[in-house]
Ligand binder design. Sequence first.
Ligand code: MN
Length: 131
Amino acid sequence: MSGELILVIEDNEKNMKLVRDLLQYQGYGILETDTAEKGLLLAGEHLPALILMDIGLPGISGFEALKRLRASSATAGIPVIAVTASVMTQDHEKIAAAGFDGYQRKPIDIDEFLEAVRSTLERSGGERSTE
Ligand code: MN
């Protein structure tokens, strides 16, 4: 289903533009911010269907932001996909261990990225929809 609201937390303008263009073209609603601090506020206020989280951010990191989302009952159930340029196996394992719902590498592979968004929304929306 399109039209779902996705929160994008990303401090790199080029990446934000690419993600925005891709998601808007697919018909998703989008909320955007360049820090995790502002992202946490937006998440609590709007309860998006999905969060795309950069890891390297100017204030608190994507890891810390995920912890805080999970610690709040209002946002604990929102799926969060990490989006990061990190390619080290160790970092990948750290991301998986942190409890992210998925992981997308930058530069973004468009087909893989959109499929991850679609399938994550489908999985989490399953209980709300009979389609
Ligand atoms: Mn970044």
